[in-house]
Design a protein around this ligand. Structure first.
Ligand code: PMP
Length: 331
């Protein structure tokens, strides 16, 4: 049996699973990368490892140093694990609107957690700007800067895209996912197009994000809102620059949540809402491309990270979202 040389080697090389419901519904073959199988249980372990390796190679990160980052949580969890394995400290800044589980996880991993009120990007108190300031004020610290550090998307060009290409035997017609930093969509898009220019790359954008209108009409304009964590971008980050987006869909929380529910109830996959939005996008792309096509998407993180939100009856009711029918057996 293959033995990995250390914990960092456990990042990436995730399994690809065929999704039965989305495939039978569309007459396509829909596959998904199980990014919840990374050590930090999300796709962001990949970016964390590449960002830390890049900072070391550039001589920015020195022994005993501190990695500072602003994050919806998953990148922070990835960075904390990578930092522990390499002997660095982490300071993680999160908006206080994100799930309690991600905050508890970060504290448990040994990160110093700073929470800030949710604010628009133009506000200096925004979690990204706060993290940059903390990095500047801390001795021997680097700012990971996942949104504009393209070591992030390199993780997906060199890792995720290559893995999908190999796992699908080079037979792939389309790929879709949502964007947070945009590292996944841009990196996988660039990586797959380098193999085959004809692969359709589709952005699945939640409401409240500005990218759907940007790619459809050339205008960064947000409409509506979403409770999905980790996705929903209002600007063209450095990672998104040059992303080869061919088409775009706007996916509601209810559509995403319906897939979260079906994937759990019918296929035994417990996922976060961005995964459901990605699967809803894959179904939309399958319908656009027509039957018989082979499509890939991303299952970004584990649902265990959202027990107090997506999997909590009171929370769902408070947000006006459909409550899972099986909550009826729990009294
Ligand atoms: N889903 C979740 C749950 C995330 O935390 C993130 C990262 N912010 C994404 C999707 C989006 O990934 P990316 O930053 O590569 O666009």
């Amino acid at each position: 049996m293959l033995v990995q040389k250390d914990s960092l080697a456990l990042i990436g090389n995730t399994p690809l699973v065929r999704l039965a419901g989305p495939s039978s519904e569309t007459g396509c073959e829909i596959f998904a990368k199980c990014e919840f199988a990374n050590p930090g249980a999300s796709v962001k372990d990949r970016a964390a490892l590449f960002i830390v390796n890049d900072a070391e190679e550039k001589g920015l990160l020195k022994p005993g140093g501190t990695i500072v980052e602003g994050t919806a949580g998953n990148t922070g969890i990835g960075l904390a694990l990578v930092a522990n394995a390499k002997g660095y400290k982490t300071i993680i800044v999160m908006p206080e609107t994100q799930s309690r589980e991600k905050m508890d996880t970060l504290r448990a991993l040994g990160a110093e957690l700073v929470t800030v009120p949710a604010a628009p990007y133009s506000n200096p108190g925004h979690f990204v700007h706060t993290s940059r300031r903390i990095a500047e004020e801390t001795d021997n610290a680097v700012w990971a800067n996942q949104f504009d550090n393209i070591a992030n998307r390199k993780a997906h060009i060199m890792g995720t895209a290559e893995e999908i290409w190999t796992q699908m035997d080079g037979r792939i017609d389309g790929f879709t996912c949502a964007a947070g930093t945009g590292g996944t969509i841009a990196g996988v898009g660039l990586g797959l197009k380098a193999h085959d220019e004809a692969v359709t790359i589709a952005l699945s954008d939640p409401y409240g994000a500005a990218l759907y209108n940007y790619y459809a009409h050339g205008e960064l304009k947000a409409e509506g809102s979403s409770v999905a964590e980790g996705i929903g971008q209002g600007r063209i980050t450095a990672n998104l620059e040059g992303a080869p987006i061919d088409t775009q869909f706007r996916i509601s929380d209810d559509e995403g949540l319906a897939w979260v529910r079906r994937l759990l109830a019918e296929e035994g996959l417990c996922l976060g809402l961005s995964s459901g939005i990605n699967v809803a996008g894959a179904v939309a792309l399958a319908k656009q491309l027509g039957p018989g096509k082979r499509i890939a998407t991303i299952l970004c993180d584990t649902g265990f990270r959202y027990l107090s939100t997506l999997y909590n009856r009171e929370w769902l009711e408070s947000k006006g979202l459909t409550v899972f029918p099986w909550f009826a057996h729990n009294r």
